[in-house]
Design a protein around this ligand. Sequence first.
Ligand code: ATP
Ligand code: MG
Length: 567
Amino acid sequence: MRQSHFFVQTLREVPAEAEVPSHRLMLRAGMIRQVVSGVYSYLPLGYRVLRKIEAIVREEMDRAGAQEVLLPAVQPASLWQESGRWDDYGKELLRFEDRHQRMLVLGPTHEEVITDLVRTEVRSYRQLPMTLYQIQTKFRDEVRPRFGVMRAREFIMKDAYSFDVDEEGLDRSYRAMYQAYEQIFRRCGLEFRVVQADPGAIGGEGGSHEFMVLSEVGEDTILVCPACDYAANVELASGKVAGEDGRRSVSEKERFLTPGAKTIEELRDRYGLDPETIIKVLVYRADDRPVAVAIRGNDEVNEVKLKRLLGARRVELADEETVRALTGTGFGSVGPMNLNMPLVVDDAVASMPEGVAGGNEPDVHYRHVVPGRDFNWDSRGDIRTARAGDRCVRCGAPLEEYRGIEVGHVFKLGTKYSEALSASFLDERGVQRPVIMGCYGIGVSRLIAAAVEQHHDDKGIMWPMPIAPFHVHVLPVNLKDAAQRDAAEQLCTRLEDAGIEVLLDDRDERPGVKFNDADLMGIPIQLIVGKRISEGLVEMKRRKTGEVTLLSPDEAVRAAVEAVRSV
Ligand code: ATP
Ligand code: MG
């Protein structure tokens, strides 16, 4: 491909709207352009990378025995009403009306459509197991689209769905996808961790793992044990903290005044109280019913865990007016004693020997408050957000915290959708049973951004070979020099004949401009044809390491072919 005719426009200025390196570099290298918030066009350079990733995904899905289909982006509202998600999915679901006043949605995911397909096509256990996948455009009306294609509203996803006759079958299908995912992300050159995950809006009770590309700009926090294989999204991670049930203080509780202290920080600064010894009580609304939640002063409530413990669909903090009406006091002096609503305590609170707690009257606290003696609870569980330094629940080693970009997610759905939509099959004995499902997603377009986050420097992108838009960038330094031009052309022909993808910078630009653009675009191998071609030498530069070697054109072709084939 000749760069003079290649549809790419690099930008020298850093686009002001781009907050993270991948977004900046993808814009600057001319890979993508925004059409409207969270909606992008892929230009040839960007689309070539997208197709490379798609090809790897297809190969591994096919190898795992999945079959490719293509489902529509437009879906009838009726299917979403049947599954119950018409009400549950919220504003991310883009709904619209056709000319016959029938409601439709632009699919954010395809459990409904695929279950509908399977309920009409699959009748017998003989047709199972089966895993179907597609690579397709999804639409989610994200509250905060950002970071370019990382969190877009329209994006490309690979989604797969498995259908089995029993749990053991689901385990096998799930493992096959899990392993295919590891292979895909490895082949894309990514450093990733697999973590236990919350099933979220897709639902299902079985199990769920996320594939996280490690990166500072990741929106997810993950906790990883350096000593064993425990790793989990902070949404559900647990960590052990000091304190064991049973060691109770014998001091009587004692009232004291705390005027002017409404927050844990103020209690610490004005009254010298250690946040770890404070029993903080927050009032929540769980599906509109009030519930008090007790947590240590240095901890945060994990609302995902709280929701699960309460079996609630929604939890949100109550406002101060509600708190006052329920407890007789405002924020800051709410406590666990004598409450007229259910109390949920975190395990770390339940096992405190004693603590300082609000007295449910303005400016009053109590010290030597003993959980189980001075107050009781309706339920307890792990509802705090785990953090670095907590002990691993499996082996006790201190957990480490990382940021991750979620590039893949696998779920065991069980019968959630097959029951809601009545997708069943006849088993060997002629009994009708619901199909057991799993679902498996990869953010194909998000993967591009994740790869750039892990592979860039201050000059630009450094593509891993398997997903690079081209393998080799040939750069004649001075096009007016016939020897350089001819040698560059010949190199291209020979490389292309060997099946190598080459971009030839045949633009009449200053060398500095060409070198900068080449570093920005990040093609893994640069072959620079300059003055020394008169001695039969070209320079081969590896973009990733910056390593430069002087080679004959023959050697350069051989080395490039080898570098491409060895991945
Ligand atoms: P997130 O928590 O990042 O919103 P999710 O849990 O909603 O992701 P899934 O429903 O599991 O995502 O979708 C499967 C995959 O699709 C995700 O692992 C992610 O890689 C990708 N994905 C989800 N939302 C977006 C988005 N807005 N833009 C780009 N990719 C996305
Ligand atoms: Mg989401």
